[in-house]
Design a protein around this ligand. Structure first.
Ligand SMILES: C[S@@+](CC[C@H](N)C(=O)[O-])C[C@H]1O[C@@H](n2cnc3c(N)ncnc32)[C@H](O)[C@@H]1O
Length: 222
């Protein structure tokens, strides 16, 4: 695609393209079986709905589970994913919803057009040194008062490189950012962190999940 695109975008795209045919079977909708995660996404939907009718982007939407849930909750949502095959899977699964290929490091959106951003388990593929770019994009495209919900599996800022995923060859990096690292980068990007929630692992071999809710300031007079 773009000659200047960082390597991690290229390898993430290729890895998810390779896994896409098997992804939906292996990873069914986690929000359907996790009431606490669902509650946080539902609260996010309520916050963005209360603020207006501007569209919401589900960034790194994968097969579109959260996109569909937000739609059901009355949010005018579309999905964006860096992997064309994941986007094709999302479109097949949810033909009534809109999905686009794109990267959260360089969003193809004008400034101040979104009422909200959901980025669920997608910044795990962004190295820390690129978080300022990603959250700078969040700040640029959000309307004043718009909310961002960022979810990620967390650890002690460590890292895993996956050379095989779902039986396919991959070159996929996972960065287990700490909640304080994500919060610090969101704050530096100009967003106000409203909540940081840590959910304990819900099975053997699983990680803690962090949800950070942030808001773009600037509409206080409204
Ligand atoms: C672990 S999956 C999560 C999918 C979905 N959000 C969910 O929670 O079920 C991560 C998704 O993020 C996408 N992704 C990773 N880096 C991205 C980027 N820079 N921009 C857009 N999508 C990205 C991947 O292609 C993949 O579909």
């Amino acid at each position: 695609m773009n000659a200047e695109e960082p390597d991690f975008i290229r390898t993430t795209r290729a890895s998810y393209d390779a896994m896409a045919p098997d992804y939906a079977d292996r990873f069914p909708d986690g929000l359907a079986t996790r009431p606490l995660d669902r509650a946080l996404v539902t609260a996010f939907a309520e916050l963005v709905r209360a603020h207006g009718t501007a569209p919401v982007a589900d960034l790194g939407c994968g097969p579109g589970h959260a996109t569909a849930r937000l739609h059901t909750l009355g949010v005018p949502v579309f999905g964006v994913d860096v992997s064309p095959r994941m986007v094709a899977l999302a479109r097949r699964t949810h033909p009534d919803l809109r999905f686009h290929v794109g990267t959260m490091t360089a969003l193809d959106l004008p400034p101040e057009t979104l009422g909200g951003i959901a980025a669920l388990f997608s910044v795990v593929h962004v190295p820390e040194e690129h978080l300022p770019t990603v959250f700078g994009e969040f700040h640029r495209v959000l309307n004043p008062g718009g909310h961002a919900l960022v979810a990620f599996e967390t650890g002690d800022d460590d890292h895993r490189h996956l050379v095989e995923g779902l039986g396919h060859e991959t070159a996929l990096d996972h960065y287990w950012h700490g909640p304080d690292t994500v919060t610090a980068h969101l704050t530096k990007a100009g967003l106000q962190v409203r909540a940081q929630t840590l959910l304990e692992p819900d099975g053997a071999g699983r990680r803690q999940r962090a949800y950070v809710l942030a808001r773009k300031p600037g509409d206080e007079a409204r």
